[in-house]
Design a protein around this ligand. Structure first.
Ligand SMILES: Cc1cc2nc3c(=O)[nH]c(=O)nc-3n(C[C@H](O)[C@H](O)[C@H](O)COP(=O)(O)OP(=O)(O)OC[C@H]3O[C@@H](n4cnc5c(N)ncnc54)[C@H](O)[C@@H]3O)c2cc1C
Length: 405
């Protein structure tokens, strides 16, 4: 049976970071990835003449995001154009007065989470009952947490908010392409889902449909929903880990890209919010990087509705929202080119993790080893930078360092 020093399970940002750290330290490591590609939720597809990110796209908190330096070292182009999420292009469908009121409602919600801090730790309990902007606030919660405020822990919400900066950059060649590139030089087995990790003998036994191997140690980076679904059997069972994973479920976040005829009439990188009064809406970036596409992002309830509709239905919804803002003449100028349904991806099962009310400390539980030879890593293990590719990266590096000392 093949033996490796460290088996890294999962080739997203955390797994790739762990692999790279181990290889650079001269360790014998093998990454086992279920899919036929690397990157996980960082996934760049090359279509309509350019790279489009169906998952992670923004180098959030760019000042302390390690992917920025990696991108530069790998020869990728870091685009420092800041997002315009709080602007509404030409004030279409969202007047400056309404926008100011919505932003003030968000500030009041944030203040109540910090100062009143409901005992339930449920962010939804910090909403002002009957406030006209609660749909807007839930849409924002959907983009940030992948879930509406009623499902989210206040402590978790604020931990992220306090650690994040307002500097968000992009990689012109694609964030997913960058994550995959970072694995070059490491040993990778694609199309190799791990089904069981046996820890009752001196060496670990790792089972896959392509055969078994043994390992001195393992770093497991699959998403919390994959862990909680029992896709990998652990022997002995790690009940604390599985419970922690269930308390940190993935919400939903999805993207779709529409090709635009006559894109010169739109302003590159300008922003539109589809419906500022509903959580079932999308946020649109017009012609990102000047390319002839519109990028739509759905979160929380909006993403749930779109996954139920299927890609065609989601595209029809986005086109309806855009035509309501830009004019009906745009209907024949917009066409679906690509989109995601991360909740339906059997190796991911959602967008990104949030803590259920009262469960923010579960991130620490997930990151605490239950066996000296096995570490869990991945975005959900980060106490403050969860739900991001750089948070995932840091947990992968930390897990590798912890194993090799
Ligand atoms: C629509 C969307 C937009 C986003 N936007 C941003 C953004 O702008 N900026 C940002 O920083 N983050 C963003 N994120 C979040 C970011 O993509 C994730 O937090 C991060 O990529 C997660 O990395 P990970 O390594 O923890 O997990 P994953 O990427 O999920 O990697 C886990 C890997 O494990 C593999 N796997 C699963 N089961 C098995 C098994 N049994 N055996 C072997 N392999 C297995 C999976 O296929 C996957 O490749 C976004 C996510 C989504 C969905």
């Amino acid at each position: 049976m093949t033996h490796v020093g460290v088996a890294v399970v999962g080739g997203g940002a955390a797994g790739v970071a762990a692999l790279r750290t181990l290889v650079d330290a001269g360790q014998d490591a093998l990454l086992l990835e279920a899919k036929d590609r690397l990157g996980g939720r960082a996934h760049t597809v090359w279509t309509h003449g350019g790279p489009l990110d169906l998952g992670a796209g923004w180098l959030h908190s760019a000042e302390h995001n390690p992917w920025v330096a990696i991108a530069e070292a790998e020869g990728f182009t870091v685009d420092r154009t800041l997002p315009r999420w709080y602007e509404q292009w030409r004030d279409l469908g969202f007047s400056p007065d309404d926008k100011a009121a919505a932003i003030a409602a968000y500030a009041a919600f944030d203040r109540r989470m910090r100062e009143v801090s409901p005992a339930s730790d449920r962010a939804g309990d910090a909403l002002e009952p009957g406030c006209a902007w609660n749909g807007y606030l839930d849409a924002i919660s959907g983009y940030i947490n992948g879930a509406g405020s009623s499902q989210v822990s206040i402590a978790d919400y604020l931990a992220y908010d306090d650690a994040a900066t307002a500097t968000d950059w992009r990689v012109a060649e694609g964030y997913g392409a960058l994550v995959a590139r970072h694995a070059v030089g490491g040993r990778v087995a694609l199309g190799t889902p791990v089904t069981r990790i046996g820890a009752s003998a001196k060496v670990l036994r790792i089972d896959t449909p392509r055969g078994a191997l043994t390992a001195d140690a393992a770093i497991v980076t699959t998403s919390t929903n994959v862990l909680a679904a029992g896709a990998i059997g652990f022997d002995p069972r790690f009940d604390d880990v599985l419970h922690a994973a269930a308390c940190l479920p993935l919400g939903l976040a999805d993207k779709l890209f529409l090709a635009v005829d006559g894109a010169a009439e739109l302003e590159a990188d300008a922003h539109l919010l589809g419906n500022p009064r509903s959580p079932v809406t999308a946020t649109y970036t017009l012609c990102p990087f000047g390319r002839p596409v519109i990028e739509a992002m759905f979160g929380g309830e909006g993403a749930r509705a779109m996954e139920a509709e299927g890609l065609g239905g989601a595209a029809a919804f986005a086109i309806d929202e855009l035509c309501a803002l830009l004019g009906t003449g745009w209907r024949r100028r917009l066409r679906l080119v690509a989109g995601s349904a991360w909740g339906k991806d059997p190796h991911i099962l959602g967008g990104y993790s949030h803590a259920l009310p009262g469960r923010a400390t579960m991130r620490q539980v997930l990151a605490t080893p239950v066996d000296a030879r096995i570490r869990f890593a991945g975005e959900a293990c980060s106490p403050t930078e969860f739900s991001t590719a750089h948070g995932a990266y840091k947990t992968g590096v930390d897990a590798a360092h912890a194993l090799i000392g």
